[in-house]
Design a protein. Sequence first.
Lengths: 538, 113
Amino acid sequence: MDARLQVTDSSGRRLVTLDKPVFLIGRRTAADLQLVNADVSREHAEITNDGMRYLLRDRGSRYGTFVNGEQITERPLEHGDRIRLGRTDAIELVFMTDGSSSTHISGLRDIGSDADLRQMAAILNGLRALGSGRVLEEVLTLVLDSALDVTKAERGFIMLARPDGELEFKTARGRGRITLPGTSFTTSAKIPREVFQTGESRIVGDLMEGNLAGMHDGTIAIGIRHVLCVPLNVNPMATEQNIKPHIIGVLYLDGRERTTILSQQTRSSLEAFATQAALAIESARLYAESAEKARIERDLLVAAQIQQALLPTGSFETSFVDLAASSVPCRTVGGDFFDYLDLGARGFGFGLGDVAGKGAPAALLAAAVQSNFIAQAPVSGDPADTLTRVNNALLRRAIEARFATMFHGVVDVDGNLSYCNGGQEPPLVLARNDGISWLEEGGPVLGLLPGATYAFDRVKLEPGDLVVICSDGVTEARNAAGEEFGRERLIEAMAGCHGTKPDSALERLFGAVRKFSQGTPQGDDITGLVLRYRGRPN
Amino acid sequence: MQIDQKMSGDITVVHISGDITLNQGGDVLLKDKIQSLLQQGAKKIVLDLGGVAYVDSAGLGQLVQIHATTKNQGGALRLANTTKKLKDLLVVTKLVTVFDSYESEKEAVASFN
């Protein structure tokens, strides 16, 4: 078997026959291949031939000898191997065995590639079967390195589709298992997009041919002329089973040399490989997503526990009032809250609030409003004063366009209720014989308007009177037809409840909402508080 | 949510259709729109809400916010065609006095002259 080196350096490209048992490469004049370059040592490397194979050996060079990007001390050479001496690409040596141009040999070579790819596909399949927690990065790297090994392309990229449908570079590898630095690369923009959209592989033999040069300026400028791009399709049977293909991105390989990159066989085996790769990538991605989701859900559950802990118990009584309250968030955590406290001679204070928005941000703001309320109420003169203070406190830490509505009342031992309504759905007072009145006096929502003024009003409660406060999740609860629960149904639900225990009145209300909505998912938290004046204790 | 805009003299009329809600991101869209108008030097803005079926609490907060932002930058924002539902919401939250509201776009535009 005769072999040659294709040498490319500043003086051009030439073929050198490896016609000696020991073939010396170096800077010294006596070398069989003399190369003049600062990175090449005087006696850099040698290629020996024992009749069976060619062996490349580093002769203790200063800057090292590399095969296909990998540093070696000794390595049997195979047709197509690229040898680099030192750190630069200024000189490139490609090892070629005789007859390499014959279809017979290159055919053999392709069978080798197929086998390699089949093996890789099996490994990837195994990875997927494990449903493994292999990180996405690792899988991408593995896929690219295998593809590069087999095709002998110089660079490999995996671009994955973002949710908006644009392709994004995920991993870039160069031959020799190196990660290419940076986040954007000079590649054809057109080819990957077309492959992604059509799901058809593309081989572009030479970007200079076929008047394509103009469209691929950037790529040609860095010398890249040959491109192989295959889709990453996680649904390869799509066409046969009439299912939509699901393409998650593309595998893009390119190089300056015509290597096996251009062979049809490489292409078809790479397509098969890409399918396994796509599945492995997708499962790694889903795994990462579900792990992240699980983490967030755990956090939210903890937040929900904290939030429930922040709320006082749902039933309470003093010598002259008793109450029941409950909050059902529509998500894990909610933006509603209620609280109550003893205000000494002024009586018993209670409040219910609702923060704009939902989920975690609303829950945090709700906690802030609630703690402000509890802190301000004991030092305030009246309910309007309390809400003025809460409003100012919230404005000092303003979160843009975020606000809360809140109702606050204080009832004394004689049943005198003073209250202030800060933009909250008006609570109703249920008097004897289902007499209804609404508690509307107050001011605007909290945390939005600097200098907002709040007023309070007084109402006299008789023994057995109920004060029913709801968040707007109650009055705006919807049924399947999209109708709202509304105030009329609230009045209906409370009819006949005068004098009853607060927890049964509250259950009556929530029961009515449940019956009305019939399991229709609700868009808002549902919170209610019922307070009963029991009369002056004896 | 869809936002269209037209000029009536030096008055910018912004027509909104769809819901202004947190879930659909309408609140942020609206804010961005008004901010870009203010940056372009708009001082008189009419917000035509005739095509708005639903405003949630986040949307309401945003309406107040853009009203304040416009005022702070020496401009004025007036509402036109507010639906019954939105009017009720403004009454309950006692924000009704914050806004200058007009029955029609024509009246709102005329109020600037």
